[in-house]
Design a protein around this ligand. Structure first.
Ligand code: ADP
Ligand code: ZN
Ligand code: ZN
Length: 835
């Protein structure tokens, strides 16, 4: 299927390797391979090379050949890190496609693809200089340290520090280097460290029923030692199953509760009753692994499976449109099992935040240790483990976020993209600015595999392809197990305000429902898509507003940490006690975010258990998981959150969902605003009433209950939303009828940014015409991190246009601007299929 990765070996001629360096440079670099290495090196293996004067970096072999470069002297490859390829030819093919399609360099793709644990870092080592001239005068400390260093071949700074009592080790080493007593050299070191467990097991002779009996008699008088043995047997019953002994038991598992047993165990080890050994263990052991109950698909689900399989006869991609709670996950599970049984690999993509949760636990129950998990909150080591595990065949099934498309699959039979409408599948920074859903489709094509895109609220693009017959379209309109869709209530905020029924942000209706829920031990989810306490603070006297120094946005007030924070650049400052402009003490908070809602809930319901879930409360690795668990265990009454609370969560006891500020989502000035608002509102609502017999209510607070889009949401009328929106898209030439390329021109000087953008637009217009080139115009937030921004939007029709040629034309013009001497330090971001 994919190309071979070794070079037919020719005895005499020198081997050259074209390397992919993790740098944003458009070409591959040719290095020379030493004779000794040339029989071993393979395409996709990592090597270490010198790049520039002082840099030593990891590169990946992209090509092997016998042609020396013509315009430079090829340097030697310094070291070969892998005997077998770490990057598969299938990946190289995909990376090339990504670089091409998203207008970036393959080095940039490689850089993002490889977990940093697979890149190499340099670390300084200290070594005694054999040519040292003792005539040099050394201090007493230096002599002492030098003697220590001499005893070893080479030492890291840390190791040197451990050998001596001196506190100023670094200074002494520096001085020793100056006196040429020691030399420093750069040692390249792999970052990945396998996780090692120290275990013990019974010696072979005792690992049976008879052996254990004999042993118990032997230890008759040593009760402590007997206890240790019995405790081991309680975990590892070798009497009934001698085979279990092989795996042994971690020492800590049966000794930690009693101090004395350690010494008894050690005695037993000395006696040769137990033996110690080390093994490499998986880092994923802490995710629960209890087998799942057997699930029988409902008729609706079986129908969906059947239709999907039929479409796969002649289509690569199927869109599964199933309403919230229709049981899509079980449909996926069924198809994943089939694909795995047929011997192919399977990739399951999820939006970033959903990953540490319920769905993973559900999948883990079914697929056990064969399932790898790839997530940005995992450590490097964990990610390397997944990467290597796929190559070794340990994981045939991987659940991951968008970056999982970079993993070393060689034989993908099925890719599932759950919540395919999610915008977090699109990477914005750094390049490659890829959309994981679209990459998945290309990937499956390369592997001759299939793709399922699943969503309760499909993106217009995918649904359009479904309508056009490019994708198979399968729909599920019923919730699983007769659970009803929630009932909606539109709460007119204006009317409530008029009759003074609002309590801060809460309508009286919402308060009534929450009160009822608290009294009946049912749970509530409140949704406000804005974090912090209030989006800005303002002076009542002079109308001064808190703004960021680096960006053109207001600073959000965060109460708990008592800070003003910029959500664009991270800038933080103290909250002024008086207005910085006029000195008035009347500075007040304006608007509200999740933190304010949480704060008010504590005041209104002092006894309720309230939890907030947003970026601020979920930074720690397991924080998100913990909140979900607590909510699931009904240790939280009211969960307040941003869109995080909407992502694919399945709770049985949520009967009320309250939505604040719906209007802001609907009126966002962006052509996808209606689609997004519909998706968001539908998804959040979908968390209510997910079990039969426990109907849910959704309360939407709005200033205008008669808005069309709210009607679509409450009638769950995706089709109406689609029809309305798609005809607008067609009329105004927006996706899916066109492809968008956004160029963002940046400069610290507004005028320069403006000039550069205008010049670029001019160049593009000349060839592409006014209907295809919009702008330049400043975006909503004109300045971010002290850079002024101007956007140019290029719309390209899907048919009858040479997309590739147009893209290289665009790239050429961008390069013209970047190399223009009158426009120094201009930066241009090229975002293909911008969102
Ligand atoms: P969706 O992803 O479409 O929103 P889920 O897959 O989460 O829906 O299913 C909704 C609920 O119904 C879940 O609690 C799930 O466990 C349950 N469920 C779905 N299908 C079945 C089935 N065939 N048997 C038992 N429970 C099911
Ligand atoms: Zn003021
Ligand atoms: Zn800022």
């Amino acid at each position: 299927m994919f190309a071979q990765n070794t070079l037919p070996f020719e005895e005499e001629s020198t081997v050259f390797a074209d390397l992919i360096l993790p740098v944003p440079i458009p070409k591959l670099f040719t290095y020379r391979v030493s004779r000794a290495m040339s029989g071993l090196i393979k395409i996709g293996a990592r090597v270490i090379v010198q790049f520039g004067k002082n840099r030593v970096i990891t590169a990946v072999v992209g090509k092997l050949h016998h042609t020396p470069p013509t315009n430079y002297q090829a340097k030697y490859v310094l070291e070969l890190l892998d005997e077998e390829p770490l990057v598969m030819t299938s990946q190289l093919e995909l990376f090339r496609w990504m670089a091409d399609y998203y207008l970036c360099n393959i080095g940039e793709v490689m850089n993002v693809a490889l977990p940093s644990g697979l890149k190499i870092t340099s670390q300084s080592k200290v070594q005694f200089n054999p040519d040292f001239d003792y005539a040099e005068l050394l201090t007493e400390e230096e002599v002492g340290l030098l003697e220590e260093i001499k005893k070893h071949k080479s030492l890291s700074y840390e190791e040197v520090a451990r050998l001596t009592d001196e506190t100023n080790v670094n200074a002494i080493i520096k001085s020793l280097v100056g006196k040429r007593a020691v030399i420093l050299f750069e040692q390249v070191k792999e970052k990945y460290k396998p996780k090692i467990a120290r275990k013990v097991r019974l010696a072979e002779a005792y690992a049976s029923a008879a052996g254990v009996n004999a042993l118990m008699q032997e230890l008759e008088k040593q009760t402590k030692q007997q206890e240790v043995l019995l405790r081991y047997l309680s975990f590892v019953p070798v009497q009934s199953n001698p085979g279990l002994n092989q795996k042994g038991l971690e020492k800590t598992a049966f000794t930690q509760d009693e101090n004395s047993s350690d010494s008894s165990l050690n005695t037993l080890i000395k006696k040769g009753v137990f033996e110690q050994f080390e093994i490499t263990v998986s880092r994923f052991a802490d995710i629960p692994n209890t087998p799942a109950a057997v699930i029988n698909l409902s008729e609706g689900q079986q129908g969906a499976v059947r239709q999907i399989q039929e479409h796969f006869q002649d289509k690569e991609v199927v869109l599964l449109h199933g309403i919230t709670g229709s049981g899509k996950t079980e449909v996926y599970i069924h198809l994943i099992k089939q694909a795995l049984e047929s011997g192919t690999q399977v990739l399951f993509l999820l939006p970033e935040i959903a990953l540490t949760t319920q769905i993973v636990v559900r999948l883990r129950k079914v697929f056990g240790d064969k399932m790898g998990i790839y997530h940005s909150k995992f450590s490097d080591n964990e990610r390397v483990e997944v990467w290597k595990g796929i190559i070794e065949g340990k994981f045939n099934f991987v659940v991951g976020v968008r970056s999982a498309v970079f993993l070393p699959f060689t034989n993908l039979g099925l890719i599932i993209v759950d919540e395919e409408h999610e915008t977090s599948y699109k990477q914005f920074d750094p390049a490659p600015r890829y959309h994981a859903r679209d990459v998945a489709v290309v990937m499956a094509y390369m592997h001759h595999g299939k793709v399922i895109l699943g969503s309760a609220t499909p993106s217009l693009e995918s649904y359009y392809h479904g309508q056009q017959g490019r994708y198979g379209l399968v729909e599920m309109f019923e919730r699983y197990g007769n659970a009803a869709l929630p009932e909606f209530l539109l709460v007119d905020i204006k009317a409530e305000k008029k009759s003074r029924k609002m309590k801060n942000e809460f309508s009286s209706v919402l308060l009534d429902y929450m009160q009822y829920n608290l009294e009946h031990a049912e749970q509530t989810i409140l949704f406000q898509n804005r974090r912090g306490y209030s989006p800005y603070i303002q002076c009542e006297e002079c109308n001064w507003i808190s703004e960021c120094n680096n960006c053109d946005v207001s600073l959000t007030y965060h109460m708990k940490v008592a800070e003003l924070r910029c959500h664009y650049c991270g800038h933080k400052e103290q909250v002024p006690r008086t207005c910085p402009n006029c000195g008035s003490p009347k500075v007040k908070t304006m608007g509200f975010g999740t933190e304010k809602i949480e704060d008010e809930l504590h005041i209104i319901y002092p006894n309720a258990r309230v939890q907030r879930m947003d970026m601020d409360t979920t930074r720690a690795k397991n924080a998100y998981q913990q909140i979900i668990q607590d909510f699931e265990n009904e240790q939280i009454d009211i969960l307040v959150g941003t869109q995080m609370v909407s992502k694919g969560l399945d709770f049985g006891n949520v009967s009320v969902v309250g939505i604040f500020d719906a209007d802001r989502m609907i009126h966002f000035p962006e052509f996808r605003a209606s689609e997004r608002a519909f998706q968001m509102l539908t998804q959040v609502s979908g968390r209510a009433g997910r079990r039969a017999g426990k109907p849910g209510k959704v309360l939407i607070q709005t200033h205008n209950p008669s808005q069309e889009i709210l009607g679509w949401v409450i009638r769950n009328d995706y089709r109406k939303m689609y029809d309305t929106e798609i005809s607008e898209r067609e009329e105004y030439n927006y996706p899916p009828f066109t492809r968008l390329i956004k160029l963002i021109v940046k400069h610290t000087d507004r005028d320069t940014a403006n000039r550069a953008a205008a010049a670029l637009a001019e160049l593009l217009l000349a060839e592409l015409g006014h209907s295809r080139v919009l702008g330049p115009e400043p975006p909503l937030v004109e300045r971010v991190r002290n850079q002024y921004l101007f956007n140019i939007l290029i719309k390209l029709e899907r048919e009858k246009i040479n997309f590739k040629a147009v893209k290289s034309f665009i790239q050429e013009k961008v390069t013209d601007i970047l190399t223009d001497k009158t426009l120094k330090n201009v930066n241009v971001v090229v975002d293909v299929d911008s969102m």
